[in-house]
Design a binder for this molecule. Structure first.
Ligand code: PGA
Length: 276
């Protein structure tokens, strides 16, 4: 099932349908994102169905995970969620504190009642010769579980989504990718030295991301303001993979006042009030 309307791409995009929500800060925007997920989980739990989530790492979703942990403690069970992570560095040991595997257990999985067998993260330990088979299986596994209900995304400083860097085509699937210099530089804050940052990663593809039923992209802070504007208001372009979201029929962009500060369109909803 795909929500990408390829006909539309030639002429214009669906960006007029994008829901752009601006919150006072990261914390309130993250709480909203967590509540959207919780509502979906509650609805599916009530009819004994699984909820399939696409999950992101990095600094963007940290408060969303904190909010989800609280929601889980308050009684919303995550025993029926199935998760697919967007990406992992390659090569990367799962046990390394720099791995996204480690990040996910540390920030989320070890604190909630998710079942281990429902967790899928690209495997940075896979042998190079087994990698393309692994990526194919990742795609098939998503499909076998009925596709992603809600895909959570951050936005890279260069407009990447997942590790799909500028230049990637819209029909890319899960694959090994080469990281851009901007992305490796941004990762120095975690690795300490640039030499330590891997050159490659395994990333869910753009097409995989766009086949989710609902995409929630979050971005916080002044440093994201320019790329948020380009992604939402700019021309559809492979130079800014974030613009590919304009082609999806059900996208929610969740921003704080700073990351929204350069937007000039009037479709923005200021919704602090929704949270009170
Ligand atoms: P960040 O990264 O959450 O650390 O800002 C976002 C991204 O690169 O997708």
């Amino acid at each position: 099932m795909s929500y990408v309307n390829k006909e539309v791409i030639k002429n214009k995009t669906l960006k007029e349908f994008m829901e752009v929500l601006v919150f006072e800060n990261k914390e309130s925007g993250s709480l909203y994102a967590a509540q959207v997920i919780a509502n979906k989980v509650l609805m599916n739990n009530s009819v004994n169905e699984e909820t399939v989530l696409g999950l992101a790492t990095g600094s963007t979703p940290t408060d969303m995970y904190k909010a989800l942990i609280e929601i889980n403690k308050s009684g919303v069970s995550f025993s029926r969620i199935i998760t697919y992570n967007l990406d992992e560095y390659y090569p990367m040991k799962k046990s390394s504190p720099h791995s996204y595997h480690y990040y996910m257990y540390d920030h989320f999985f070890q604190h909630v009642d998710i079942h281990e067998e429902n967790i899928f993260i690209p495997n940075g330990e896979i042998k190079n010769e087994d990698l393309s088979k692994f990526c194919e299986e990742y795609e098939l596994s998503i499909r076998r579980n009925g596709g992603i209900d809600i895909q959570v995304l951050g936005l890279g400083l260069n407009g990447h989504i997942g590790f799909n860097e500028p230049g990637f085509s819209m029909d890319s699937l899960t694959q090994k990718v080469t990281l851009s210099d901007t992305t490796r530089t941004a990762a120095v804050k975690y690795f300490g030295k640039k030499e330590e940052v891997p050159f490659q990663a395994i990333s869910m593809g753009i097409s995989t991301i766009l086949s989710a039923d609902h995409i929630m992209m979050m971005a916080w802070g002044n440093e994201k303001a320019e790329i948020v504007k380009e992604s939402i208001e700019g021309q559809l372009s492979k130079d800014v993979p974030g613009t590919y979201l304009q082609t999806h029929k059900n996208v929610t962009i969740i921003l704080d006042a700073e990351s929204a500060s350069k937007l000039d369109n009037d479709r923005i909803s200021l919704i602090e009030s929704k949270l009170s």
